[in-house]
Design a protein around this ligand. Sequence first.
Ligand SMILES: [Ca+2]
Ligand SMILES: [Ca+2]
Ligand SMILES: [Ca+2]
Length: 173
Amino acid sequence: MNLVELTYPSVFSDYKTIEAVLVCDADNDGLADIIALNKNADKVYYWKNSGGGSFAVAVFASFEGIGEMKDGYCVDMDGDGDFDLIIADKTNGIKIHENLGSPQADSGGTPFSPTPINIYDSSSERLRVADVDDDGMVDIVYATKDSPDDAWISFNLGLCPAGKYMVRSVVKM
Ligand SMILES: [Ca+2]
Ligand SMILES: [Ca+2]
Ligand SMILES: [Ca+2]
């Protein structure tokens, strides 16, 4: 097999404190967009994929409850067909920003709600998602600084009558 060196465009540079880079089709147009979490600037950066290898200029979103972001994940938490944004924050814990389906002025033009759904309120640095209990709904597995020897799970309970999804309180492993 012959390997070739690829050239590639630089989507972002000079962002020195980005802690996590996420890729998902946030605006549901069939093209993967880029989201970066800046731990020191308290900002979520969002590059919309314009097609043909180019990306729109980043927008900078400030969400409620952001302190020092360390990790994140994009996944459809509520099963409505769009990617929601989960953030693990060293200061403020685990929060979900629901994808509302259209650009939100209060969240820098991203489709994510600026107001989070709180999952866990204390220091969290890493998270993963999986349907741990095999009920068809994605659950959140994470580590916290308060309890460094343990992993925790928040189980997704799905839609409640008000049309919002809920997550059961943490289960210590
Ligand atoms: Ca897109
Ligand atoms: Ca969703
Ligand atoms: Ca589940």
